[in-house]
Design a protein around this ligand. Structure first.
Ligand code: SF4
Length: 348
């Protein structure tokens, strides 16, 4: 892959970020490695507007890495509830324990060491190193790949490792020489990808025709290929899954069980998928649809009001007062279901 010279890309991006980029996000103030790391992990698959609120509440509950490492993974999952991609929460917990046990509670500043920590990839490691320690390192997340591919007119399949390797090398060459510019440049790439050169409807294609500072240098724009870059070739096989929920209610309590450590909603609390108490008087409720990245779920809920509480239950099962259930780590459709039903007034 050959990269033509795009005049003043780095300088112009830095100036743009200083004048028009984002400066007031909660993780941009008091930039400690802990706060930067947390924001980077949250932002991986969640929109900024959602992260702004959830970030503050996470920090309130786990104000520093020692508190996070000393908490149970259940507490972390409960705080993460509703944000999806729960592997992130499990890795946050594991990573906190490694940093406390092996690095005395301080994140290393070497991107290669950061990359070895649970849940931290190469781009996230670079972002933490730049924002927390001013280390010279290049980021290349999905947004940055798109920006670079469009401006340089890279029409290759970016799921191929050779293309990604080449983009990494290019991203490293583009880094500013002055260390004082590193933060603005890195933040500029993030801001530009998130607000201007977006996946759908980048500013150059919007009806209001907002100006893009690179419009006369962007190869995708000049060749009318903005919609075709980056190339989308990856086919996602979507699995259709049907599942039952058996919702047992007894005197204001709901029966929940912890899901296995692997698979859908790993380690979160949910309703049993089998009629484990062998009851015949179930009320069939409206089906619930839920879409995951590679799976479309159709859930069939059955409600059963019990007149006595089965005593024999397993370790990862619990009768939970309805008022407390939402404090657990629950999959999004389970919490939405609990909020939508007036189960508190149900009784046999
Ligand atoms: S001209 Fe369009 S595609 Fe090119 S950098 Fe600007 S917003 Fe992105």
């Amino acid at each position: 892959m050959k990269f033509i010279e795009i005049k003043n890309f780095t300088e112009d991006l830095i100036s743009w970020q200083r004048a028009q980029g984002r400066h007031h996000l909660p993780w941009q103030v008091n930039r400690t490695a802990y706060r930067v790391w947390l924001s980077e992990i949250m932002l991986q698959q969640t929109q900024v507007s959602t992260v702004v609120d959830r970030y503050q509440s996470f920090l309130k509950r786990f104000p520093n890495i020692q508190v996070l490492a000393g908490s149970s993974v259940d507490d972390v999952l409960a705080e993460w509830s509703g944000m999806g991609y729960y592997t992130r929460a499990r890795n946050l917990h594991k990573c906190a324990q490694v940093v406390v046990n092996e690095y005395d509670g301080n994140f290393p500043n070497d991107p290669l060491l950061l990359e070895r920590l649970p849940g931290i990839g190469k781009s996230t490691a670079a972002a933490i190193a730049v924002f927390s320690y001013g280390v010279r390192a290049a980021i290349l997340d999905g947004n940055v790949k798109r920006v670079l591919a469009r401006i340089w007119g890279v029409g290759d399949d970016l799921s191929k490792s050779a293309a990604v390797k080449s983009l990494w090398a290019h991203a490293e060459q583009l880094l500013p020489n002055k260390s004082a510019d590193l933060v603005s440049y890195t933040q500029g790439l993030m801001d530009f990808g998130a607000t201007h050169c977006t996946q759908y409807q980048p500013v150059c294609m919007r009806l209001d025709k907002k100006e893009c500072l690179f419009k006369n240098r962007c190869q995708a724009n000049l060749s009318n290929k903005v919609n075709q870059i980056p190339l989308k070739v990856k086919k996602i096989n979507v699995q259709q899954i049907e599942m039952d929920w058996w919702i047992y209610i007894y005197r204001g309590k709901v029966f929940l069980e912890k899901r296995p450590e692997n698979g859908i909603w790993a380690s979160l609390w949910s309703f049993p998928e089998q009629n484990i108490f062998n009851k015949n008087d179930a009320e069939k409720l409206n089906s619930v649809k839920h879409v995951l990245t590679h799976r479309h779920l159709k859930i069939h809920p059955y409600k059963i009001l019990l007149s006595s509480q089965p005593k024999k239950i397993k370790v990862d099962q619990a009768w939970v007062p309805l008022g407390d259930a939402l404090k657990l780590g629950l999959p999004k459709p389970v919490s939405a279901f609990l909020k939508s039903q007036d189960l508190a007034h149900d009784d046999a």
